[in-house]
Design a protein around this ligand. Structure first.
Ligand code: B12
Ligand code: SF4
Length: 634
């Protein structure tokens, strides 16, 4: 009987989703006529330590602090693993303070990890396989390495291969050099390389000339000069095969407590980053060039996955949504009555109509790339967006009841104290909008512009995080080659730090009060009624008619004063409307904190009725005008 390939998914991949890369590799092998099995051993470890603890480690802890990697160090190094007290010591400088109970749970899990690896080995009939592949992203390295080591000890003839984000570029080459039990490393997109790799390994042919592959030649670690392969035509990829994930989920107790999603991708790379690589972003490794599936292919794949995995939401791994889907994919799904929770990452300068299209398909959450509310900080990141535009998206999202995941990143070289003073000033005005999940200092991520040229950004003393130092017994030089995230000193001044702390406090307060804060507007017989119930302020209701109403409605989206004047002059050609009058009205709004102003840009803050779309001018109102209508009624 011919041998099969085995792909393993080790802790600490989240339990909530199948691994897309593995699903694609399996489908690719199948297409090439090769048999492949997949085991999701992460479920079994979750059953041992508890799903809650598992997920807190997998998704609830900063990946660079590496609690999940630490747990498997005794399984990899045996007696040579560091004593358990070192983990807390390594965390001292970390922002996140772990509770004592969580530290004990980590310790408990750590004691169990060697037996767990042995148990996994016992469950596999190794005689069926000639090649075992391990995938590693986030905190999966040490468990995967421990598994490869154990497999090699038991069956030295099995060929071991590693891939995934933790093995991309220099990291994979160094890990291959440091851990001799890894036979082959595959860097980058392995969709076409992997079947060819398997074929050549079976035929005992050399593989070092395959793109992105590192192998051993006479015991030495050798990487050929062929660059990692890169999939140009995503339509040519198979549909992912997630059957093994759902099988292993069914035999795990976690199935009762986790809400699972089906992973797929409609694109790779980033169309924004291709032109303006955001300075902190390492998101696409070496594959920034944007490639997307045709809307028709994406449509067929979504329908296929929904039919195959009934009742599950879809999680798209795209870094950034292809804008043509807003006109050519989502409406098609919506028109067919396909209701699906499609999770996407997007750029924050979406149009309101685009957001609404996503809503119509059934999406209730997405992740816009909002990283700050200050335009200067955003320009330091090269985000190509202003703070007020980010607020615009938060407001529209609230109007459409979207759950938005966003964070504030700070500590960027060049930041000024006033940048954070501005955010702190804005927070009480926007307490009715969704607050950020976390405020965090930027990390130096591999492949980012800041990583490539730290000096240009004023970053000094680039070094590994303490987590790496306790998880790998190697010199700093090696740690810096295997680490995805690096630590550094940034030139944040004490004054800026003080303002960051004040903003942090204001955000904590925002999180506390936002559920009881509202600021809404409604149209009633041509008048605009605004109800201000933001926490910490006296309740107030306003009625706006005529020009004031029109200006407020026009500020559904961010506009300049001259745009407002032009719009009004077009609408009321016989009225002597002046810029002075526009400013008078805007000042009235501003005094009541009903609009947000950034330089010469203005935005309404109240949630507006959903039928007003920002790219359409508000309808002229028939009522005879008596005044410009700024009137507080309570
Ligand atoms: C979707 C995504 C997420 C999702 C969820 C991911 C999930 N696991 O469910 C969300 C939004 C939750 C997320 C969160 C975060 N993410 Co993220 N995310 C991604 C993203 C955009 C896509 C991942 C993906 O599925 N890609 C598509 C599949 C097809 O690719 P793949 O898995 O890499 O597999 C291919 C190859 O690697 C290879 N391969 C894989 N395995 C194997 C095995 C073998 C044997 C072989 C031969 C080949 C091989 O072949 C596959 C097919 O081509 C990547 C960036 C990217 N472009 O990949 C970042 C990425 C994975 N995320 C990253 C980071 C840093 C984070 C965060 C820490 C960000 C933060 N908040 O600071 C968080 C924390 C998550 C955590 N668990 O701790 C890093 C990971 C770094 C690392 N080395 O682990 C990445 C690489 C982006 C980056 N450069 O910064 N993320
Ligand atoms: S942060 Fe987002 S928009 Fe910027 S380069 Fe990275 S993926 Fe693209």
């Amino acid at each position: 009987m011919s041998k099969r390939v085995l792909l393993l998914v080790m802790p600490f991949l989240t339990l909530r989703r199948p691994h897309l890369g593995v699903g694609l590799l399996k489908a690719g092998l199948h297409r090439a006529g090769m048999e492949c099995d997949v085991r999701y051993f992460n479920f079994q470890f979750a059953d041992i330590i508890g799903t809650g603890v598992y997920e807190q480690i997998a998704e609830g802890s900063p990946a660079h602090q590496m609690p999940g990697e630490w747990i498997f160090t005794p399984a990899l190094y045996g007696e040579d693993a560091r004593p358990s007290s070192e983990f807390s010591l390594a965390l001292v400088r970390g922002i996140k303070v772990y509770e004592e109970k969580f530290l004990q749970q980590i310790d408990h899990a750590r004691n169990l990890s060697p037996a767990f690896i042995q148990d996994c080995i016992r469950q596999i009939d190794l005689s069926l396989y000639d090649i075992v592949g391990l995938t590693s992203t986030f905190q999966q390295n040490i468990a995967s390495l421990a598994m490869v080591q154990a497999i090699k000890r038991q069956c030295p003839e099995i060929i071991t291969a590693c891939g995934g984000a933790n093995f991309e570029g220099e990291m994979g080459i160094e890990l291959h050099r440091l851990f001799p039990f890894i036979d082959v490393v595959c860097s980058g997109e392995a969709d076409t390389v992997f079947p060819e790799l398997v074929r050549r390994l079976r035929a005992a042919q050399p593989v070092y000339d395959l793109g992105g592959v590192t192998s051993r030649v006479a015991g030495d670690s050798v990487t050929g000069s062929t660059p990692p392969s890169f999939i140009n035509d995503l339509n040519a990829l198979p549909y992912p095969d997630h059957a093994d994930y759902f099988r292993d989920l069914q035999s795990s107790r976690s199935r009762e407590v986790i809400r699972c999603e089906v992973t797929m991708e409609t694109s790779r790379g980033c169309w924004w980053g291709q032109k303006h690589h955001c300075t902190f972003c390492g998101l696409n490794g070496m594959g920034m060039t944007y490639r997307s599936k045709t809307p028709d292919r994406a449509y067929r794949e979504i329908k296929h996955l929904l039919a195959k995995h009934k009742g599950y939401d879809i999680f798209n791994t795209d870094n950034i949504v292809d804008l043509k889907y807003f006109s050519e994919l989502f409406p098609r799904l919506a028109e067919e009555g396909v209701k699906v929770q499609l999770f996407y990452e997007t750029k924050a300068n979406l149009k309101k109509t685009q957001l609404f299209t996503l809503k119509r398909v059934g999406s209730t959450s997405f992740q816009p790339g909002i990283e700050s509310l200050n335009s200067h900080v955003l320009s330091l990141m090269d985000k190509g967006i202003k703070g007020i535009q980010n607020i615009q998206l938060l407001r529209w999202s609230k109007e459409m009841d979207f759950d938005v995941s966003w964070n504030i990143l700070c500590g960027f070289p060049g930041e000024m104290p006033e940048d954070y003073q501005q955010i702190t000033r804005w927070i009480p005005l926007i307490s009715h909008l969704q607050p950020p999940l976390v405020v965090t200092r930027f990390r130096l991520d591999r492949f980012s512009p800041m990583f490539r040229d730290p000096r240009k950004y004023g970053l000094a003393n680039v070094r590994s995080f303490p987590g790496h130092r306790i998880c790998y017994p190697f010199p700093e030089e090696s740690l810096r080659r295997i680490a995805y995230f690096l630590d550094c000193d940034s030139p944040t001044t004490p004054e800026t730090l003080t303002e960051i702390r004040s903003m942090w406090k204001a955000i904590d307060e925002w999180k506390r009060i936002h559920k009881e804060s509202t600021l809404t507007a409604e149209l009633d017989s041509g008048s605009l009624l605004v109800h201000d119930r933001r926490a910490g302020r006296a309740p107030c209701d306003y009625v706006f008619d005529d020009v004031a109403r029109d200006i407020y409605l026009a500020l559904d989206g961010v506009h300049t004063d001259s745009h407002l004047l032009r719009t009004l002059q077009e609408k009321y050609p016989r009225r002597p409307l002046t810029m002075g009058r526009v400013h008078e009205i805007l000042n009235g709004f501003e005094e009541r904190d009903l609009v947000l102003r950034e330089d010469n840009l203005f935005l309404a803050l109240a949630l507006l009725p959903l039928d007003i779309m920002c790219d359409e001018s508000p309808e002229p109102v028939e009522k005879p005008a008596t005044h410009d209508g700024l009137l507080a009624i309570a």
